[in-house]
Design a protein around this ligand. Structure first.
Ligand SMILES: [Zn+2]
Length: 227
């Protein structure tokens, strides 16, 4: 990806989807909006410093993004990031975060420039994981160390660490594997698994969710497991 965007590439397009009951708020943004948010979130060190196409933010996370946007607007722009952003561009994004910050639920951001449905499914799985942990007051979606002992899980985790820069932390890797498996065939592919391996690992992941959270896991079955 080049460091500079042309004038037309930098045109911000962003909107908030009307939320459904119990679901996270959703913000859809074009390529430029995603770049702006990446620059902002990376400057805040909120998501491990990786580039993202989608992100699931807690209400506190969304409020932090809003605060940071306001600070940058007050300072006259976001300067020193990969791309410089002027207050008008930042304000377009702030407008959407103002809307979602009034809500008590999580916010999912999706880049619409490339396969938004897959990104949305991936982030909805992270939302479902977070809801399960919240119900049980638990920090983990599954017993991550046990889950990662399976050879297929090990293979997937190794790819995520090596090629995608994820930290070698069991809790992070199990959640990421679960979200990738939920996004559809491209998730297995991303982790260099065959379709059979992907299906087997998805079964295993869901069993691990049920083992940890019991019946509550079934409430989120469709969000976490497509097969
Ligand atoms: Zn993820």
């Amino acid at each position: 990806m080049s460091n500079m965007l042309t004038q037309s590439e930098q045109e911000i397009g962003i909107e908030v989807l009307p939320p459904h009951r119990g679901e996270p708020a959703t913000i859809l943004g074009n390529f430029a909006a995603t770049q702006l948010l990446n620059d902002l979130v990376i400057s805040m060190d909120l998501d491990g410093g990786q580039e993202f196409k989608g992100i699931c933010l807690t209400p506190a996370g969304a409020r932090l993004v809003r605060l940071k946007l306001r600070q940058w607007i007050d300072r006259g722009g976001l300067i020193g990031a990969k791309t410089s952003w002027v207050p008008r561009e930042l304000t377009a994004v702030l407008h959407c975060f103002n809307k979602v910050s009034e809500r008590a639920t999580d916010t999912i951001y999706v880049d619409t420039s490339e396969d938004p449905e897959t990104i949305l499914r991936h982030e909805l799985a992270h939302f479902a994981q977070r809801m399960l942990c919240k119900f049980d007051d638990d920090a983990e979606d599954v017993d991550a160390i046990a889950f990662l002992e399976h050879p297929i899980a090990q293979k997937a985790a190794a790819v995520l660490v090596r090629d995608y820069g994820y930290p070698d932390e069991p809790r992070v890797l199990s959640a990421e594997i679960g979200a990738n498996l939920s996004q559809g065939p491209s998730g297995a592919e991303k982790m260099e698994l065959t379709m059979d391996e992907g299906a087997e690992l998805a079964e295993l992941y869901f069993s691990a969710l049920v083992a940890k959270h019991g019946a509550a896991a079934y409430r989120f079955r469709s969000a976490i497991l497509l097969t």
